[in-house]
Design a protein around this ligand. Structure first.
Ligand SMILES: Cc1cc2nc3c(=O)[nH]c(=O)nc-3n(C[C@H](O)[C@H](O)[C@H](O)COP(=O)(O)OP(=O)(O)OC[C@H]3O[C@@H](n4cnc5c(N)ncnc54)[C@H](O)[C@@H]3O)c2cc1C
Ligand code: FES
Length: 262
């Protein structure tokens, strides 16, 4: 569904990271963690191509939808300039989203960069408060950390340059997080750069822990019509044992066991 949504606020969090809040009651009511919205930015010259963003937070009572984004190119630069009161056409909620952890499940969330936007609703609503592992190039790319602390997640950080937390990859924090679950049933939820997610998926399979990965491919239509967003998934019946899956429709969240790593 496509809705006309008014910008309520649009502020810089730090550096190139921004948070925009829309009045979007229909989307806020239905959205779940890991789903995304497809936003038509009204001031862009090519007014056809939308930009996909994870649903970072919702307030169904007030009808609010929050998106947290990084300014990386033309579309996001225009998005950052939108003032309160501007109307954007937004499709959503799109995609399948993460499964909701039951009361027995200890969630371990693993995010890289703006991937922390996609896993937040899960942290907010999960029955058990688990561990949030966040990795980034440096301190400047660590975002939403306080939000996870506020919802009582155990936050553990890694940066490539060692400016904050563990120096190295966020996946290097996984063993300690699994040990902290003390034998409880674990589910890993990941969102971030593809290299990180593929490494995470392989590790989860090796360790016999279930994992869901949000594979955020560049998108065009966002509705399953154009095949711009395909990812390779395992398919035993196919000659090469894999097939293409449209991540906007069947994804963006895939089980670690579904992903083709070849
Ligand atoms: C399901 C999904 C959820 C997403 N959620 C968020 C989010 O919550 N916050 C956020 O900041 N971004 C998110 N993205 C990425 C976001 O859609 C792109 O950053 C945005 O479309 C770039 O638009 P642009 O016109 O500014 O950049 P462009 O001018 O189109 O591209 C600028 C640079 O960004 C890269 N880029 C473009 N699209 C993507 C992409 N999908 N992933 C990684 N790099 C990309 C390009 O390769 C290029 O290097 C998500 C993408 C998907 C598919
Ligand atoms: S973006 Fe067109 S099929 Fe997914």
């Amino acid at each position: 569904m496509d809705y006309e949504c008014k910008v309520i606020s649009n502020v810089c969090l730090k550096g190139d990271y921004y948070r925009i809040v829309f009045s979007a009651p229909e989307i806020a009511e239905k959205a779940k963690a890991g789903q995304f919205v497809h936003v038509l930015i009204p001031t862009l010259k090519d007014r056809i191509l939308r930009r996909p963003f994870s649903i970072n937070d919702t307030d169904p009572e007030k009808g609010l939808l929050t998106v947290t984004y990084k300014k990386v190119g033309r579309g996001t630069a225009e998005l950052a300039l939108l003032k309160e009161g501007i109307i954007c056409r937004i499709m959503g909620p799109q995609g399948n989203g993460f499964s909701i952890p039951d009361e027995e499940t200890f969630p371990i969330l693993v995010a890289g960069g703006y991937g922390s936007a996609a896993t937040f609703l899960l942290a907010k609503h999960s029955a058990q408060k688990g561990i949030f592992l966040m990795g980034a190039r440096s301190e400047n790319d660590l975002i939403l950390v306080e939000e996870y602390e506020k919802v009582n997640y155990d936050v553990r950080l890694a940066t490539n340059d060692g400016s904050v937390g563990h120096k190295g990859f966020v996946t290097e924090l996984l063993d300690d997080a699994i040990a902290a679950a003390k034998g409880r049933k674990i589910m890993i939820y990941g969102c971030g750069p593809e290299g990180m997610l593929l490494a995470l998926g392989r590790l989860a399979l090796e360790k016999g822990v279930k994992a869901e990965l949000s594979l955020d491919r560049n998108m065009c239509c966002g509705t399953g019509a154009c095949f711009a967003c395909v990812v390779k998934v395992k398919d035993e019946s196919a000659p090469e044992k894999w097939r293409y899956s449209r991540s906007c429709k069947e994804g963006p969240v895939y089980g670690a066991e579904e992903v083709y790593y070849g």
